[in-house]
Design a protein around this ligand. Structure first.
Ligand SMILES: NC(=O)c1ccc[n+]([C@@H]2O[C@H](COP(=O)([O-])OP(=O)(O)OC[C@H]3O[C@@H](n4cnc5c(N)ncnc54)[C@H](OP(=O)(O)O)[C@@H]3O)[C@@H](O)[C@H]2O)c1
Length: 340
């Protein structure tokens, strides 16, 4: 029997409380594959969840209880397949997603719904490959939420806040490929990177106030800060297409106010911002990550064309995972990858 090494988050705490446990690897069920995880990422949500963020609402989907294993994406190799899995075979090199639920991807072996796994035979390292599935899926949701598609993007003026982060960098790469004109909001040291990834203009948030941006944008994406939501919405032009944010207070409101009052707060916060968007005739969305097979298909195609990438900022073994979480907490550069 194969052993698996798992990174458990013991309880909500700051600094994070992590522990490596070894046990027998699970067996894949019907429609599942067992993946030998070669690399898995620590995304900002993992850090927050390790501190208890979202637990009240996530308990409803089995993800609010501690101890728990975090992590939503991986690169690895198929170790075994369960019944009714036809397109995957032992030894295939793969990447994929683990939904937010009872168990995460921070494990050396993980059973995954075969629909959330894609094969990859390119030259990208496991570390680099693992950084993509979660961020790419979320960016896809955000772009669609803001009404931006491959077919309508050409010539659109798009404002991206948090352009230098993981979501921001992927959105720059996609929007540039689709012919949109992106104004990237970022800090001074990140301007060169955003330009390199295709930003048409840079707004240095350390030197320039957001409310001095022209109100000319067809669409907006907020990957940075909920406090800036109102200002960003005011920068859309009249007749704009849409706007989406990943940094909304959805989970935080439930944490702070409980399920009923939190739900009411969410309704109120959402309605207020949606009304501001509606003044510009723009649609308004809060993005909540959800595994999507279409996103994985699209990522697979773009990887085959060598068209998307994120930079790995640090790698760490499970034993060094605390350092990896600290890197995310300190907003260190690049994505953070665990090597089980
Ligand atoms: N709702 C969901 O389902 C979902 C899914 C994925 C991610 N998220 C959230 O979306 C956000 C972006 O994710 P990510 O992985 O791209 O994060 P990231 O890599 O940490 O990038 C965020 C970027 O935002 C900028 N920033 C940070 N704090 C800021 C502030 N106070 N004001 C203005 N800009 C600030 C920083 O760039 P500069 O310093 O260069 O400006 C940073 O690089 C995170 O908060 C993450 O938790 C939500």
């Amino acid at each position: 029997m194969t052993d698996t090494s798992e990174l458990w988050c013991r309880e909500p705490a700051d600094p994070v409380e992590l522990e490596v446990r070894v046990g027998p690897a699970p067996s894949p069920g019907d429609g599942e594959a067992l993946v030998r995880v070669m690399a898995t990422t620590v995304n900002p949500i993992d850090l927050r969840r390790a501190k208890g963020y979202g637990r009240r609402f996530l308990r409803l989907v089995g993800a609010g209880k501690y101890p728990q294993i975090l992590g939503n994406d991986f690169a690895g190799v198929i170790a075994a397949v369960g019944a009714n899995v036809r397109d995957l075979h032992s030894g295939d090199r793969v990447f994929g997603l683990v939904p937010t639920g009872k168990g995460g991807a921070h494990s050396s072996y993980v059973c995954v719904d075969a629909r959330l796994i894609r094969c990859y035979d390119g030259a990208m390292t496991d570390e680099a490959l693992a950084t993509l599935p979660y961020c790419f899926t979320t960016v896809g949701q955000a772009l669609r939420g803001a009404g931006i598609t491959k077919s309508n993007a050409k010539g659109l003026q798009v404002l991206v806040h948090g352009a230098s982060g993981g979501l921001g960098q992927l959105s720059l790469q996609l929007l540039n490929r689709w012919g949109a004109l992106v104004t990237a909001v970022c800090s001074t040291p990140d301007a060169a990177l955003c330009r390199e990834l295709g930003a048409a203009a840079i707004w240095d948030r350390r030197r320039q106030k957001l409310d001095a941006l022209p109100a000319c944008f067809d669409a907006g994406l907020n990957f940075a800060n909920w406090q800036d939501e109102e200002i960003l919405l005011s920068r859309l032009r009249k007749g704009a297409l849409g706007y989406a944010t990943t940094v909304h207070p959805f989970l935080g409101n439930f944490d702070r106010f409980g399920l009923i009052r939190g739900g009411w707060r969410n309704y109120r916060d959402f309605a207020r911002m949606r009304a501001l968007a509606a003044e510009k005739t723009a649609t308004y969305r809060w993005v909540i990550f959800r595994p999507q097979t279409e996103a994985l298909d699209e990522l697979q195609q773009l990887l085959a064309a060598d068209a998307v990438k994120l930079t790995v900022g640090m790698t760490a073994s499970f034993a060094e995972a605390r350092r990896a979480f600290e890197h995310v907490a300190n907003s260190g550069t690049g994505r953070v990858v665990l090597l089980p």
